[in-house]
Design a protein around this ligand. Sequence first.
Ligand SMILES: *[C@@H]1O[C@H](CO)[C@@H](O)[C@H](O)[C@H]1NC(C)=O
Ligand SMILES: *[C@@H]1O[C@H](CO)[C@@H](O)[C@H](O)[C@H]1NC(C)=O
Ligand SMILES: *[C@@H]1O[C@H](CO)[C@@H](O)[C@H](O)[C@H]1NC(C)=O
Ligand SMILES: *[C@@H]1O[C@H](CO)[C@@H](O)[C@H](O)[C@H]1NC(C)=O
Ligand SMILES: *[C@@H]1O[C@H](CO)[C@@H](O)[C@H](O)[C@H]1NC(C)=O
Ligand SMILES: *[C@@H]1O[C@H](CO)[C@@H](O)[C@H](O)[C@H]1NC(C)=O
Ligand SMILES: *[C@@H]1O[C@H](CO)[C@@H](O)[C@H](O)[C@H]1NC(C)=O
Ligand SMILES: *[C@@H]1O[C@H](CO)[C@@H](O)[C@H](O)[C@H]1NC(C)=O
Ligand SMILES: *[C@@H]1O[C@H](CO)[C@@H](O)[C@H](O)[C@H]1NC(C)=O
Ligand SMILES: *[C@@H]1O[C@H](CO)[C@@H](O)[C@H](O)[C@H]1NC(C)=O
Ligand SMILES: *[C@@H]1O[C@H](CO)[C@@H](O)[C@H](O)[C@H]1NC(C)=O
Length: 786
Amino acid sequence: MAAARCTFPLFLCVAVHAFMLCCSASSEADTLLSFKSSFEDPNHSLSTWSTSSSPSSSPAHYCNWTGVSCSADQPFHVTALNLQALNLSGEISASVCELRYLSYLNLADNLFNQPIPLELSQCTSLETLNLSNNLIWGTIPDQIAQFSALKVLDLSRNHIEGKIPESIGALRDLQVLNLGSNLLSGNVPPVLGNFTKLVVLDLSENAYLVSEILGDFGKLVRLEQLLLQRSGFYGGIPDSFTGLQSLAVLDLSQNNLTGGISQTVVASLKNLVSFDVSQNKLVGSFPDGICGAKGLIELSLHTNLLNGSVPESIHECSNLEKFQIQNNDFSGDFPSGLWSLPKIKVVRAENNRFSGDIPDSVSMATRLEQVQIDNNSFTGKIPQGLGLVKSLYRFSGSLNKFHGEIPPNFCDSPVMSILNLSHNALSGQIPELTKCRRLVSLALADNSLTGEIPSSLADLSVLTYLDLSANNLTGPIPQQFQNLKLALLNVSFNQLSGKVPYALISGLPASFLQGNHGLCGPGLSAPCLDDQPSHHKTRITALTYALISVAFGVGVLIVAAGFFVYHKSSKEKRQRGVWRSVFFYPLRVTEQDLIMGMDEKTAAGVGGAFGRVYVLSLPSGELIAVKKLVNFGIHSSKALKSEIKILAKTRHKSIAKILGFFHSDESIFVIYEFVPGGSLGDLLFRPDFQLQWSFRFRIAIGVAQGLAYLHKDYVPHLLHRNVKSSNILLDAESNPKLTDFALDRVVGEAAFQTTLISVTMHQNVATARKLLSKWTFTALGLCCWS
Ligand SMILES: *[C@@H]1O[C@H](CO)[C@@H](O)[C@H](O)[C@H]1NC(C)=O
Ligand SMILES: *[C@@H]1O[C@H](CO)[C@@H](O)[C@H](O)[C@H]1NC(C)=O
Ligand SMILES: *[C@@H]1O[C@H](CO)[C@@H](O)[C@H](O)[C@H]1NC(C)=O
Ligand SMILES: *[C@@H]1O[C@H](CO)[C@@H](O)[C@H](O)[C@H]1NC(C)=O
Ligand SMILES: *[C@@H]1O[C@H](CO)[C@@H](O)[C@H](O)[C@H]1NC(C)=O
Ligand SMILES: *[C@@H]1O[C@H](CO)[C@@H](O)[C@H](O)[C@H]1NC(C)=O
Ligand SMILES: *[C@@H]1O[C@H](CO)[C@@H](O)[C@H](O)[C@H]1NC(C)=O
Ligand SMILES: *[C@@H]1O[C@H](CO)[C@@H](O)[C@H](O)[C@H]1NC(C)=O
Ligand SMILES: *[C@@H]1O[C@H](CO)[C@@H](O)[C@H](O)[C@H]1NC(C)=O
Ligand SMILES: *[C@@H]1O[C@H](CO)[C@@H](O)[C@H](O)[C@H]1NC(C)=O
Ligand SMILES: *[C@@H]1O[C@H](CO)[C@@H](O)[C@H](O)[C@H]1NC(C)=O
């Protein structure tokens, strides 16, 4: 077209055209380079921003630079810059406004440390400015009005303080305003009620924003998300909220709101998906009519002062997944229709005054995961239907008036982890629990249960908390309980009798056995009459002495051999120095056998950060994993032993056991139980990688429990310090087991640091793997740690 209208000879015309293209191009490139020159870019994230690196022959080559997007058709113009999360700092220069077509600028998640860059208001086409999660400080100045063309302004997660100025009212075209997680104070200016195009308004997490909720917010007819949680809002929820016809997400939680929840308001919010007013000081009754919003998924009213009953109409909320009304003063019969909602996952109503029972139709709630209704006045029996819900992992109904027998299927959900029916009026026997292999905690205290403690409980391998106290149980404590790794066993105040399993006594305060006059055993007030235990004990002691003498003998031989070898060849010394070993488990091999076995054939996979792992077979056929670490010699033999012993004493289903160790001046070999399923990392990097969510969930929970145990429960507290997918092993049933934990204690802090750093510096492949796996792990964690 241009050629046709051209009055010059054709070739000249083409040349002029090319020149114009080239020069507009080069000036946009120059603008970008000048914008970049005011940044500090420590990780060279913008290394592609360079004229030399691109073929200058292609026009608009800068459209390929990191984060740069251009218009789709010629002539190309820069329309968007997305420089999110690149560790950029320095100055945000107004030179960028020379890009006349720039409409989108995202500098979120960087390290810009400056006041709000008002100069950017010179960017005449700019519609979106995202500065979220930087170190922006200072107040919002009146000149914010200069940004009047903006549609999206995100200043969240910075350190912006002071009042929101009236002048912000000039930003009439705003569709998204996010000022969340700052240090704003004072009142919300009424002018915000004039932003009729607003779709998202986020003023959350500004603790000093002490204000009433504007009645004028009700005029924001297009508003879909109103997020005011965790600020200082007080007063009532305005009646004008009836006007919020488009509202889908309303979060007013953790403020100081008072007054009631108006039925009229709630009934007019037809598009609600999530309604959260929890942790305020709201009074009055349940918002009947909330189910007018057919799409409602989440309803949170918890921790307020609400009272009265919850109407049966709640069963009209057919999409409801989360129902949280705990810590209020609700009373009356609990609405039975709630129990059979097809999508319901979470029911929390603890600490109210509900009566009524759980109907057998609860079996229709096929996605139910969590029920907490403790401390109410529920009556009736625990229904059979509950055992048919295969997704249930927590049921706690303590401090109620449930009576009758516990149905035999009540722990049939394969994911059931926490059961608490303490302080009820349950009678009959404890059923055999065989299907809930994931049960971690079982509390049946203070009921009227009779009969014996089923020994099948001992087959629940992850059971760690068992409270059967204050019942009328008879018979012995099953000997098999010795196999469990119980953190708490409370069987006090029953009528149990017989010998207490030895392993239980040694680890338990006797108070957990008190009030059972028939129980006997060493350490208890009643020693057992048969003398078998002491006999047994002598045998054990004799055996121990024998073993020690043999071990000593072997040790002497080894030391002698060690010296011999040492003097013979300094090269051989590397492998056969003076070995010292401590096994916490009868391995029936010597460290020499193990060392002989460690070669290329038994090496498993590539070396991790700290050294290689070898998989060896014991004479018994059992497999063990031996990890070789460099001995930096920071510990004496004795100190090393006590450090590793600390690690070896950890006992948790999600922690790989340490069976022993041996060391020379050069190396430390830590012996772990062999976990057959490989690592989570291997699984993730398999080409056909696919994981079901239930599986991910289980791994995430297992890992979380393992870490919580190391970090919090175990004394002394251990920090894992090297969590990554290759250190999460999977056993035959794909349960996670953490390994490589707290190695800093073994090699010493300095060596630990250098090893981690040198790996990061030199093993690019391993680093990429590690980052990726960290990411995956975070993703796993995020979904499940709420
Ligand atoms: C990015 O730069 C920072 C500051 O120099 C540095 O601490 C960090 O290790 C770098 N990260 C990467 C991945 O290069
Ligand atoms: C961007 O890069 C691709 C391939 O590297 C190339 O084909 C394309 O022409 C480049 N675009 C521009 C505008 O330079
Ligand atoms: C930013 O720096 C952190 C550590 O300082 C580093 O982990 C991250 O990889 C860096 N990001 C980029 C894009 O280089
Ligand atoms: C701003 O950027 C952050 C990080 O990319 C993103 O999470 C957020 O949604 C963006 N804000 C808006 C309003 O799009
Ligand atoms: C809101 O807009 C109306 C009409 O434009 C104007 O009269 C009123 O003063 C504005 N309110 C505030 C608080 O600025
Ligand atoms: C609620 O108000 C009280 C006193 O008025 C104040 O101490 C408290 O910090 C406020 N809570 C919130 C979440 O703003
Ligand atoms: C709810 O609480 C108010 C006082 O806050 C009281 O007047 C009213 O009687 C209570 N209603 C019920 C049903 O308990
Ligand atoms: C039970 O709930 C009442 C309020 O209904 C509360 O005062 C009490 O502390 C709760 N008891 C327990 C043990 O949590
Ligand atoms: C079971 O419920 C009782 C009473 O609510 C509580 O004290 C106890 O801690 C709960 N046990 C477990 C393991 O959650
Ligand atoms: C246990 O049984 C005896 C008599 O059979 C009864 O008196 C007592 O109240 C019962 N204890 C409990 C806790 O149910
Ligand atoms: C064990 O049970 C008894 C009786 O229920 C109770 O008094 C005691 O506090 C419980 N101990 C622990 C640690 O739970």
